[in-house]
Design a protein around this ligand. Structure first.
Ligand code: SF4
Length: 246
């Protein structure tokens, strides 16, 4: 995100790049790979630039203190996670991690709960095993964008004690801009562009191997897991307003 361009120009540039990837890879197996390589590398590169001069993060590999929050993800992210779980299934079995069962259990326990109810429940994300995120290489943008400067504050918040966590503004802002630009480009290209509750949607993707083909054909295959705080119509009009901005 160049200083002279600002968030709106960054959004538009990201949107254009996602649109080009969607056009070039339409109908191809590697469509979601292209989108997510772009999303993750854009996120990492721009967060690094925006974080220059800021204090170091308290987050580190193996810390899962905040992993009790509700996670949302786009359809390409969910499809990629499902593919990764299938690919890693032998290794997970050897480690005696029944990830599909964990996700199904978590889904049953959290289905229909609001974000606040999820925080109060303090149930750990099913993807944590032996203290680490087992889908770390393909974790969603939502997880990447949640970064803190103070571990103690995270522990207090996770225990339900009052206090605010000093989150990294560059992580939150860049995540939001990159994710929204991808969603906007998906919408323009005729793909389902919602944000979905992670456990429910991954559970759905794992129980039916046709989700990728159906999503690529334009079906909203994870509609049952749609997070509806902001409606698709509201999202669409926000995207249109940004794109129309000179
Ligand atoms: S997917 Fe991984 S990083 Fe995200 S909340 Fe779950 S364990 Fe944490």
């Amino acid at each position: 995100m160049a200083d002279q361009s600002g968030p709106l120009a960054f959004f538009k540039a990201q949107h254009q790049a996602f649109a080009e990837t969607l056009a070039a890879r339409r109908g191809r197996e590697d469509l979601i790979d292209g989108l997510l390589e772009q999303a993750f590398s854009s996120f990492e590169g721009n967060v690094e630039i925006q974080s220059e001069g800021l204090p170091p993060l308290a987050c580190h590999k193996g810390c899962a203190t905040c992993c009790t929050l509700r996670v949302t993800a786009t359809a390409p992210e969910i499809l990629m996670i499902a593919r990764y779980i299938r690919w890693a299934s032998a290794a997970l079995k050897r480690a005696e991690i029944d990830l599909e069962q964990r996700i199904a259990d978590a889904d049953r326990a959290t289905q229909g709960l609001s974000e606040e109810q999820r925080v109060a429940l303090r149930r750990r994300c099913p993807f944590i095993a032996n203290g680490v995120c087992v889908i770390y290489p393909v974790r969603p943008l939502a997880c990447r964008g949640h970064a803190s400067y103070d571990k103690r504050a995270c522990v207090e918040a996770a225990a339900g004690r009052a206090g605010s966590v000093p989150f990294s503004a560059p992580h939150m802002t860049v995540r939001s801009l990159v994710q929204n630009a991808m969603q906007s480009a998906l919408r323009d290209a005729g793909y389902a562009f919602g944000a979905y509750e992670l456990n429910r949607a991954v559970s759905m993707a794992l129980t039916d191997g046709n989700h990728h083909e159906r999503w690529a054909a334009g079906d909203d295959v994870f509609a049952d897991a749609l997070v509806a705080e902001v409606s698709l119509d509201e999202m669409a009009s926000t995207f249109d307003a940004i794109k129309a901005h000179p």
